[in-house]
Design a protein around this ligand. Sequence first.
Ligand code: CFM
Length: 545
Amino acid sequence: MADQLTHVDPEAFKADVLSKYPAKLAKKRAKQFVVNKVESGDQVPEILANTRTTPGILTMRGCSYAGCKGVVLGPTRDILQITHGPIGCGFYSWLTRRNQTRPETLADTNFMPYAMSTDLQEDEIIFGGEKKLKAAIDEAIEMFHPRAIGIFSTCPVGLIGDDVHAVAREMEAKYPDVNIFGFSCEGYKGVSQSAGHHVANNKVFTDVVGLDDTAKEGKFRFNILGEYNIGGDAFEIERIAEACGLTLHSTFSGNSTYDEFTTAHTADLNTVMCHRSINYLAEMMEKKFGIPWFKVNFVGAEATAKSLRKIAAFFGDSDLISKTEAFVEVEMEKVAKVRDAIKARCEGKTVALFVGGSRAHHYQELFAEIGMKTVAAGYEFAHRDDYEGRKVLPDIIVDADSRNIEELSVEKDATRYNPRKSEAELEKMKAEGFALSDYEGMMPEMTEKALIIDDLNHYELEKLLEVYKPDIICAGIKEKYVVQKQGIPMKQLHSYDYMGPFAGFEGAINFYREIDRLVHSSVFALAKAPWESSPELTASYGWTD
Ligand code: CFM
């Protein structure tokens, strides 16, 4: 593999960045700051991840509540979601990520246009907020008649000791037709939003999935886990699935409904898009219901084609396989026209991606398709397995912060456990190199000497811009203006700024065009501060002693 950038020595860059830290911090950051090296068997260096951010550092991370309410449950339109906490938590987790939904008819339930919160005030912080929560549930049921209500805990709820689960039980007894469940996703739990994903997975698994055994019609029924319909991504994936002859049973949780969750266990395959946020649910559904899972990626045209082929191969039906091939061929032709023209202009340009827990990996595919090189990448909150692959799972040390999040012990369902493939079929698939329950991680797919930085902070980002001078940065809103002020284009990969979809084939075309536009825009050259082009005025005081 060729070196990434000849003008930068990544080891020297790392040493320089770390030299400004106090010794103890430098020692810790050194383990989260890795120069890539891929050896045989996809062995990569070990990275320290999913560990506490040192206080004082301007981290890119969010909180556990954000991971639970904002990320995993937020995109579901007909589970009424009540934020139990101060109003800001509810407001800022409400659609800022641009997760979309499309009810089938205007009469269908859709709570997404609402931000519901108990709006805790000083009184409740002192005397307790359970009464207000019960009143909120009464009010919500009277006004909206929901079939399910989720209660999401914010930091103060944990601090004052409100028991959202007891409230949920009590209110469920009062309203037996409504499924009411609480999430212990207080913002401070764990070290990042990753803890909130786990809390969300557990509750959805115990209180929602499997409640109804009605299966959707269709021969090849599968679920997508970890696709949240940012900028309409799920709509494009739904289009693709249908065109191939697949039945997408439920998506967790982009463009989803409560019914799709309760019946999800009737599908025959779970595909996992964002491994970080939802691998728990995939594993638990496999253990309880016998549903196999594998990792897919619908970001990037080639990756989409590969994922579709794998799904078709899993079902092993020759009509499905040929229909998929025919569809991929037509779509790839459309993609190639746009891609080739843009590749000619973008080839060799560089990008650095610092996003959440999966996109920093997935989007490298799209950049590679237009010839752009990823010189540095990192996650905000992913774990070692997302970096190095699931093969390191047995070696991950479980610290107190992770132990704080419940690990459910799951048994086979007495009546509904149904392994979708026989032992012999599984053996055959394995022999043919068909990987199940696997994710190889980001680092094995990155080039030699690329920089991998976990939980990047603002100081390090500024250094990276200065030394690496990438042609574009992909990150989030907290980074956007720091980057743009340096005259470097910046694309938000959380909310996609104002556009989308970027998934699937049409999404790939949208993305190539957007990146082409950004890296060739002349406006960023005008972002320099005035004192950089004209000399700074200097003066001295006019008195003498
Ligand atoms: Fe998964 Fe996500 Fe991501 Fe994520 Fe997120 Fe997101 Fe993300 Mo923002 S679930 S880990 S917690 S792909 S909200 S849709 S963009 S940080 S990389």
